[in-house]
Design a protein around this ligand. Structure first.
Ligand SMILES: Cc1cc2nc3c(=O)[nH]c(=O)nc-3n(C[C@H](O)[C@H](O)[C@H](O)COP(=O)(O)O)c2cc1C
Length: 390
């Protein structure tokens, strides 16, 4: 990488230049007015650290465990659809970067690379994300495929009974693979490096779905299938069913309410992810960091509590863990790394997060990330769900 990269914003700036506009916008967008998308980062920035001195911070430890597995830092790569369109073979590159770094990678159902393909190209087990779709037979198939690929956890995303609308995707006519119109083609040609790498890879469609789900033999069939498949009737009974069927570690993602967190755990979740889908679903929902403390309190140690949304720095990771999260997940931060420089870019993103996390801990007088607590933050109660968004 010739560019000097000091922070995640630098990766974003490079990704913006290298990734075709429609896929860059797909990442850098939220639903409707994008107010929740913005609130996720803005609310994190409002949490101020307590500066401490004279604490002997020669030895800083950020290693931890997630679902009983040791990790080198309590951060995971969140499931992100179309990673393989942001960079050719994007899922394989991101999963390899995560495995080498020692943190979990979650493969999305709507990835370009299939579960089997990823398992063949990575040495470490990854987690697999699933939606509760109407075609339960297909869900059963996905569960068996995840088991055969030795996925170490299943992540059930609950916040998508219907799809939030992203204006940019509609305006850009987002499709996979990109529709070849004259205008679309000229836009793609401004990204020659991306075009060349896409021509070299066979992975250009939804690998988990096309050719597997009934009636989806091509991408045109796919869009129609997707719009029919999101299930508005999903209930906690379905979560129980999924847990029984899977039998392994289950993470329930998309929790923003303490009661829902408890119901997820009662239904068999080993962990919940406090998440508003990165501001891509319910626009107008509070930021996820705001929702976190009440959920941590309600869960009361019965399950791990992860959080995602707006995390762009090691400082943000420390903020999240100080408010009680077991670990933080990043979505766009690593997708920008991927778009900027493939596997190297994702690794760089993780290195940046770790370096910033360690430095911030040192300046807060904290030597072990497992001891992070609200004491690290001067104003932790700013996050109360009561009160407005001032
Ligand atoms: C481009 C993109 C695609 C996403 N695709 C999925 C997905 O397929 N499944 C899912 O559960 N969440 C998906 N998400 C949500 C992320 O898992 C995560 O909740 C969100 O990105 C966290 O916010 P952040 O991007 O600000 O870190 C996606 C997010 C982005 C940005």
């Amino acid at each position: 990488m010739a560019n000097v990269i000091t922070c995640v914003d630098d990766l974003q700036a490079i990704a913006r230049k290298r990734v075709p506009r429609l896929f860059y916008d797909y990442v850098d967008s939220g639903s409707w007015s994008e107010s929740t998308y913005r609130a996720n980062s803005n609310d994190l920035a409002r949490l101020k650290f307590r500066q401490r001195v004279g604490c002997n911070v020669a030895d800083i430890r950020v290693n931890a465990t997630m679902l009983g597995t040791p990790v080198t830092m309590p951060v995971g790569l969140a499931p992100a659809g179309l990673a393989g369109m942001v960079h050719a073979d994007g899922e394989i590159l991101a999963a390899r970067a995560a495995a080498k770094f020692g943190v979990p990678y979650v493969l999305s159902t709507v990835s370009i690379c299939s579960i089997e393909d990823l398992a063949r190209h990575t040495a470490q087990p990854f987690w697999f994300q699933i939606y509760m779709l109407k075609d339960r037979g297909f869900i059963e198939q996905l569960i068996e495929r995840a088991r055969a690929a030795q996925c170490s956890a299943l992540v059930l995303t609950m916040d998508l009974p219907i799809q939030g609308q992203r204006h940019k995707d509609i305006r850009n006519g987002l499709s996979v693979p990109p529709r070849i119109t004259l205008h679309g083609l000229s836009a793609l040609l401004t990204r020659p490096r991306w075009c060349a790498s896409m021509l070299r890879t066979p992975r250009r469609t939804f690998g988990n779905i096309v050719g597997h789900a009934k009636g989806v033999s091509d991408t045109l069939g796919f869009s129609e299938w997707v719009s029919r498949q999101f299930d508005r009737t999903v209930s906690w009974k379905d979560v129980q069913w999924l847990k029984q069927r899977w039998g392994g570690k289950l993470v329930v993602k998309g929790i923003m309410d303490p009661h829902d967190a408890c119901r997820a755990i009662d239904a068999g979740a080993d962990a919940v992810v406090v998440s508003n889908h990165g501001g891509r679903q319910l626009d107008g929902a509070p930021s996820s960091i705001r929702a976190l403390p009440a959920i941590v309190q309600a869960v009361s140690g019965r399950a791990e509590v992860y959080v995602d949304g707006g995390i762009r720095s090691g400082q943000d990771v420390l903020r999240a863990l100080s408010l009680g999260a077991t670990a933080a997940f990043v979505g766009r931060a690593y997708m920008y790394g991927l778009g900027a420089a493939g596997q190297t870019g994702v690794t760089r993103c993780l290195e940046i997060l770790r370096h910033e996390l360690e430095s911030t801990m040192a300046l807060c007088g904290l030597t072990d990330i497992n001891n992070a607590s609200p004491d690290v933050i001067v104003n932790p109660y700013i996050q109360s769900m009561q009160g407005d968004h001032a």
